[in-house]
Design a protein around this ligand. Structure first.
Ligand SMILES: C[S@@+](CC[C@H](N)C(=O)[O-])C[C@H]1O[C@@H](n2cnc3c(N)ncnc32)[C@H](O)[C@@H]1O
Length: 237
């Protein structure tokens, strides 16, 4: 169950889309840079989800890659459980990365490398990571683009290791189709170039997300939980 009351949720979503119908899309980096001050308070609704997400990381993991790490709310929870984890965090938005570094610079012993880059372009290497993680970032992209990324993640993981995904998933086909349609209309209306990333949610259903991961080579994909709309999945190489 992705949402507790699908009918009510869809009514509220439609009302919100009607209210915001005239709003133009903002580019991804600018969207987060503009909201940096209130960002962590806004995400506090997922405190429990961050804790559960962190609990999915096997204790023996030493080097992990976080895609779309932002200010690292998931990393705060991971380091509370295991201070020895070395993290490479990739994000498009330098202000988010600056905040992440500022939070942890007092703990000089935290092994943290930040990379300001597009994760679709970032070279993740091969058989390199004990785990790859991503929380609330990948729902902004179409499945064709995510499929290539999932293949890259699969290659980059060591054997038997996990990709841990926490993300906004669509609760039904109607939500997936509706958001995709509004997104395409908004892009078209503002003549946004094909390669430009914008902030708008286009989540996939659980079935479609699992299919993509399996097509990318993950042998075992498991639904763990769904907390306040953040769905936790693990995919094993
Ligand atoms: C909602 S925030 C989540 C941040 C963090 N994982 C958390 O849960 O607090 C989404 C993040 O994904 C980043 N992002 C979106 N698309 C990206 C891309 N193509 N490459 C790298 N980062 C990206 C954004 O800049 C933003 O920091």
């Amino acid at each position: 169950m992705i949402r507790e009351n699908t009918e009510k949720y869809m009514q509220e979503l439609k009302a919100w889309l009607a209210e915001t119908a005239d709003d133009d899309l903002e580019d991804m980096d600018g969207f987060f840079a503009k909201r940096i001050d209130g960002y962590e308070a806004h995400m506090a609704v997922w405190q429990k989800a961050y804790q559960s997400f962190a609990g999915l990381l096997p204790m023996e993991c030493r080097n992990i890659l976080d895609l779309g790490c932002g200010t690292g709310l998931e990393l705060d929870e991971i380091w509370k459980r295991n201070a020895d984890v070395a993290v490479t965090g990739v994000d498009l938005c330098q202000s988010m990365l600056d905040k992440l570094r500022a939070k942890h610079e007092k703990q000089g012993d935290r092994a943290l490398m930040t990379v300001c880059a597009d994760y679709f372009q970032y070279d993740m290497g091969e058989n390199k990571w004990d785990a790859v993680i991503s929380f609330e970032s990948l729902h902004h992209f179409f499945p064709e683009k995510k499929k290539e990324l999932y293949q890259k993640i699969h290659r980059a993981l060591k054997k038997d290791c996990l990709f841990i995904l926490g993300d906004y998933l669509a609760c039904c086909e109607e939500e997936e189709t509706l958001l995709r349609q509004v997104y395409l209309e908004k892009r078209e209306r503002s003549q946004i170039p094909k390669e430009q990333f914008v902030h708008f949610d286009i989540p996939l259903t659980l079935e479609h997300e699992k299919e993509l991961l399996q097509e990318a080579g993950f042998s075992y994909v498991e639904l763990i939980d769904s907390i306040e709309g953040a769905t936790l999945l693990t995919a094993r190489k």
